[in-house]
Design a protein around this ligand. Structure first.
Ligand SMILES: [Zn+2]
Ligand SMILES: [Zn+2]
Length: 176
């Protein structure tokens, strides 16, 4: 029934690319290929983070790494984030891009010792989609945590992660 509904909906209100308005999907292949994943990783330090390092001796102790997915100067990523508030289908792109970035930059194995946490409602639907996509549950207690935030660092992140009883916390920051 839902398929028929979607079919009819698509007939009258076809999906259009949020960037170039081409019909067929909410983000067309060409525009998706314009998205560049962040190349330079910085450690978790708040002041003077080190380039191309996951952690250094001065990093906040609770954090094992901060993975930044996009460069915030990329207009198309900001647009994708903004539009995902009203078009939930777009959240799947974040899951895809987050997983692709993690595979590029690290060899951590996202097994069943992991759980997903998120900072606030701003990234809630992205976190929930990532959980569906990876089969990693959303919960507060696990050995390893993937912590989703829009932008690292923030006071709230530190407040929340102090309450998590985790061995390793990997921050996934969409922007930085
Ligand atoms: Zn497009
Ligand atoms: Zn550091």
């Amino acid at each position: 029934m839902k398929n028929i509904y979607n079919y009819i909906l698509n007939l009258f209100f076809p999906k259009k690319c949020i960037n170039c308005q081409r019909e067929g999907s909410y983000l067309c292949e060409d525009c998706l290929s314009l998205i560049e994943l962040n190349q330079i990783n910085y450690c978790a330090c708040i002041k003077n983070p080190l380039k191309n390092k996951l952690v250094c001796d001065n990093c906040p102790k609770l954090i094992s790494a901060v993975f930044t997915i996009f460069n915030e100067k990329q207009y198309i990523c900001q647009k994708l984030f903004l539009k995902s508030k009203t078009i939930p289908d777009l959240n799947a792109y974040f899951s895809y891009l987050i997983i692709t970035h993690l595979k590029n930059i690290t060899n951590i194995n996202l097994d069943n010792n992991f759980a997903i946490c998120f900072e606030n409602e701003d990234v809630e639907s992205i976190a929930k989609n990532l959980s569906k996509f990876t089969k990693i549950p959303i919960k507060n207690n696990s050995k390893n945590i993937l912590f989703i935030t829009k932008k690292y660092p923030s006071d709230d992140i530190f407040k929340i992660i102090k309450t998590l009883n985790a061995k390793k916390i990997y921050i996934i920051s969409l922007f930085r």
